[in-house]
Design a protein around this ligand. Structure first.
Ligand SMILES: C=C(O[C@@H]1C=C(C(=O)O)C=C[C@H]1O)C(=O)O
Length: 106
């Protein structure tokens, strides 16, 4: 499928229309982040050691794949990279908390 047909790119009439579209997209993004965080919790449960929580090769892999996808879709890869760097760092912080709480269960 070509990048052009993957999502609509309507011309908006005013800022209300721009913001309504952004608000709707944000709802979908938050749902996807929540789903992604479920798998961060799974990583915390499955990893055998705390020093495996931060995995630099995997971080580089995630950044490379999301950069390639942003280029395929024709959007600014710098925005995607900044968002992903923040998302992965926050996910790692979350994973450390989940790792510790998983192992403090009696
Ligand atoms: C989920 C993992 O744990 C961490 C979180 C990552 C992420 O948010 O994508 C990537 C690497 C890890 O440091 C993993 O190792 O895959």
């Amino acid at each position: 499928m070509s990048a052009d047909s993957e999502f609509p790119r309507p011309r908006c009439a005013d800022m209300a229309e721009v913001r309504a579209a952004i608000d709707a997209i944000d709802k979908r993004l938050v749902a996807l982040i929540a789903e992604r965080l479920h798998y961060i919790d799974e990583a915390a449960r499955i990893k055998p050691r705390r020093d495996l929580v931060r995995d630099e090769p995997r971080i580089a892999d995630v950044l490379a794949k999301t950069r390639a996808e942003s280029l395929r879709l024709g959007c600014d890869p710098a925005v995607v990279e900044a968002a992903y760097r923040a998302l992965v760092e926050a996910s790692i912080t979350h994973e450390y908390v989940a790792f510790d709480s998983e192992r403090s269960k009696t």
